[in-house]
Design a protein around this ligand. Structure first.
Ligand code: NI
Length: 171
């Protein structure tokens, strides 16, 4: 396994559309392992391949509590097949926007279809935090960041702050 460098916003590579995975093979499994290691090292609960400069439809999540055993999940070609009409608000962050947070409203529950590590089709149902994380990561595959789902004012404020930090070499 290996730690992968994270792309920090604003960066045009985070705005690109990711391509579907043809088959979940050893290479994709290695990518998932590296993404999980990178995510855990940064204390994240989700990560999408474009954040580590791979324009592939691959995400990893682990929303287990600190006092629970880890529950890493790797998903290829994840797709929301059902979303609750009820909405929920979370104060979201992102490893590509370090230490920036904003309230985002999303469906409270979703069902996601994907290919697992053995290339088998699966479905996962998530409510609350898991639903939010799954939607946040799938957004990355479309080139959408959580700041694209808040007010223009808030978005510009966060992106300008990151730009400044990058300029002085703090990110
Ligand atoms: Ni993110």
């Amino acid at each position: 396994m290996a730690l992968l460098p994270l792309i920090i916003a604003p960066d045009p590579r985070l705005k690109k559309l990711s391509m579907p995975v043809g088959k979940v093979d050893a290479r994709i499994n290695r990518l998932m392992d590296d993404m999980l290691e990178t995510m855990y090292a940064a204390n994240g609960i989700g990560l999408a391949a474009p954040q580590v400069d791979e324009l592939l439809r691959v995400i990893v999540v682990d929303v287990s509590d600190k006092n629970e055993p880890p529950n890493p999940i790797g998903l290829a070609n994840p797709e929301v097949v059902w979303a609750d009409e009820e909405r929920i608000l979370y104060n979201e962050g992102c490893l590509s926007l370090p230490e920036q947070y904003a309230d985002v409203v999303r469906p409270k529950a979703v069902r996601v279809r994907y290919l697992d590590r053995d290339n088998r089709p699966q479905e996962i149902a998530g409510t609350g935090l898991l639903a939010t994380v799954l939607q946040h990561e799938i957004d990355h595959l479309e080139g959408t960041l959580f700041v694209d789902r808040v007010s223009l004012l808030k978005r510009n404020m966060i992106l300008r702050r990151l730009q400044k930090l990058k300029k002085v070499g703090e990110l």
